[in-house]
Design a protein around this ligand. Structure first.
Ligand SMILES: C[S@@+](CC[C@H](N)C(=O)[O-])C[C@H]1O[C@@H](n2cnc3c(N)ncnc32)[C@H](O)[C@@H]1O
Length: 306
């Protein structure tokens, strides 16, 4: 079961009319999709996307018979081409991205996302595509590993950990989650209170393996092209790297074209394509105490200008 973060708040922010065309770029277990469908009338449409085959199975079981609904396996980075197949270019009224991993991905040990459950070191949202974490760690150079831990995991001790990983793999392949968690824990000089020592490293490797930040950049750019005037973009981030990208994107798209200050002939700058709606929203105390995943969530909303 996935306990959806900002369930009503996010769908409310999508501002959905009965005949809206909507995209849920991160189906997960359909928490948001179910509420979106509840707001749509007969003419409304929802296209949901997820990389994960288990999410696709869930979507078909739950909503497969609903003619307003379609599920696509793939990345939201490619939503332009999925939407083009429906003839939806420039006509989408609301797009939601609820980033990161779902609870079932974390809970199933064999998916390899969890540093506290023994499983194959995989970490791919789509296990049929690309390199697993174990495959990557087996072949990557020490510097590359250190960079991934530093950039995507914001791990200060990235070099030490990368050194420990390359040493350990000379002894035996690193293909189990707990094995990696232990190598990382042993490499750290001291432990942080209340935080598993492998938290940052696992986050960094996961983001890298799934190209999460590249997908986010592409997905945001695609979303703005697809939205109809007045259409809403709603993004829920779970760490500062994601939120920074979303925040900067909305800011850039709100400013429009920035002209050089001393133009010989004053020109007219192109207007921005987005308007930020309200302030960033964080889940309330009640939600955070009921659902620990909500603690780090932050939602930003923007509207497409004509
Ligand atoms: C936080 S969960 C979404 C939960 C969902 N809103 C719900 O209420 O059930 C994130 C989901 O997005 C998927 N995902 C992450 N990055 C993706 C991407 N670039 N393209 C498509 N799906 C992605 C993951 O596989 C995961 O199922």
């Amino acid at each position: 079961v996935h306990e959806t973060v900002l369930l009503e708040g996010a769908v409310e922010a999508m501002n959905i009319a009965a005949d809206a065309r909507c995209i849920d770029g991160t189906y997960g277990r359909g928490g948001h999709s179910a509420v979106i469908l509840g707001r749509l009338g007969e003419e409304g449409r929802l296209m949901a996307i997820d990389k994960d085959p288990s999410a696709i199975v869930d979507a078909r079981e739950r909503f497969g018979s609903d003619e307003r609904f379609e599920i696509v396996q793939g990345s939201f980075a490619d939503m332009s081409s999925f939407a083009a197949e429906q003839g939806w270019e420039g006509q989408v009224n609301a797009i939601l991205l609820d980033l990161g991993v779902s609870s079932p991905q974390l809970d199933v040990a064999e998916r390899g996302f969890s540093f506290s459950r023994s499983g194959a070191l995989d970490m791919r949202m789509n296990p049929d595509q690309g390199q697993s974490a174990a495959e990557w760690l087996a072949g990557a150079e020490e510097k590359e590993i250190a960079d991934v831990l530093y950039i995507y995991g914001e791990e200060r001790h990235s070099r030490r950990i990368a050194r420990a990983i390359t040493r350990a793999r000379e002894e035996s392949p690193i293909n189990n989650t707990l094995q990696l968690a232990e190598i990382v824990a042993d490499a750290l000089p001291r432990r942080e209170r209340g935080k598993h020592p492998a938290t940052r490293s696992f986050q960094g490797i996961r983001i890298f393996i799934n190209r999460e930040l590249e997908d986010l950049e592409k997905g945001l750019a695609a979303a703005v092209d697809l939205l109809a005037p007045g259409g809403r973009l709603v993004v829920i981030s779970f760490h500062s790297l994601e939120d920074r990208i979303v925040k900067r994107f909305i800011k850039r798209e709100s400013q429009g074209e920035v002209l050089p200050r001393r133009l010989p002939i004053p020109g007219e700058a192109a207007a921005g394509r987005l308007r930020a709606v309200g302030k960033p929203v964080r889940p309330g105390e009640a939600e955070v105490s009921a659902n620990p995943r909500a603690r780090s969530a932050i939602m930003r909303v923007a509207e497409r200008l004509s």
